[in-house]
Design a binder for this molecule. Sequence first.
Ligand code: SAM
Length: 287
Amino acid sequence: MQHVPVLLREVVQILQPRDNAIYFDGTFGGGGYSKAFLDKATCKVIATDRDDHIIPIANTYKQEYGERFSFSHAKFSDIAQVLAHHEISKIDGIVLDLGISNFQITSAERGFSFQKTGPLSMQMGLCEESALDVIRNYKEKDLADIIYQYGEEHYSRRIAKNIKKHIDSICTTTDLANVIHDCMPCRNNRIDSATKTFQALRIFVNGELSELETLLEASISVLNRAGKIIIVSFHSLEDRIVKVFFRNLARSGKAELITKKPITPSEDEIKYNPKSRSAKLRAISML
Ligand SMILES: C[S@@+](CC[C@H](N)C(=O)[O-])C[C@H]1O[C@@H](n2cnc3c(N)ncnc32)[C@H](O)[C@@H]1O
């Protein structure tokens, strides 16, 4: 299923792609952002994605845009190495659209969704362990900490205990969801009680927060003056990291906030693409 880019108009409005500039699209995905930048100006885009399933899409971009587009199958935290590989020292913008793409969430075999039965993988790509490895190999206490820290789940201890109790019968996403449902208080809630645990395992398996922190630290030395960082995040843990980093950078006089408050999708966008509802965009410009 095709990925619908989130807050695309707002991202382009802030970046203001211009001729001869070089932009880094760290989360290429379905290529929606890269395409918008390349079509708006005669600029260059260096893109990365950790998921090898999107390489065929990147190849069609290489054919269409020639030397103006390059792609590396890499994590965005490797931005310095990726730019060095392309013999580029400075760039004019970094854009990240965090979270998972439609391609990933709708493929049962990737194991991201508890609504579809699939192997307990949750790996976006270039990962060391799967979600199944984590629930099998980590001690109950460590598992509870992961669920609490990355899922902000108050029932983390109870859930970790039940997972460990039934570990031999958990192989798939639905096995895990059922074990979580069985130990949670029954509530008439619209949000499935397995949601937070799945989020926690996904963040942990993919090292999502440390990826973001490493990219932000590396960004300062690769951006030109007036170079922008634009980040679209989908949960409070990521948004907090971006907010604090941008605030400190602005206070140090190295950059200026473009968004004092995060930009969120319009009601029309949410109606058209409900998956965009939790998105928050923050941006900064280097001084
Ligand atoms: C929400 S999608 C991006 C969609 C894209 N903006 C578009 O318009 O089609 C997020 C993508 O980022 C990738 N991704 C997530 N974390 C990454 C990381 N640390 N390094 C590289 N790619 C990452 C995922 O594999 C996924 O393809």
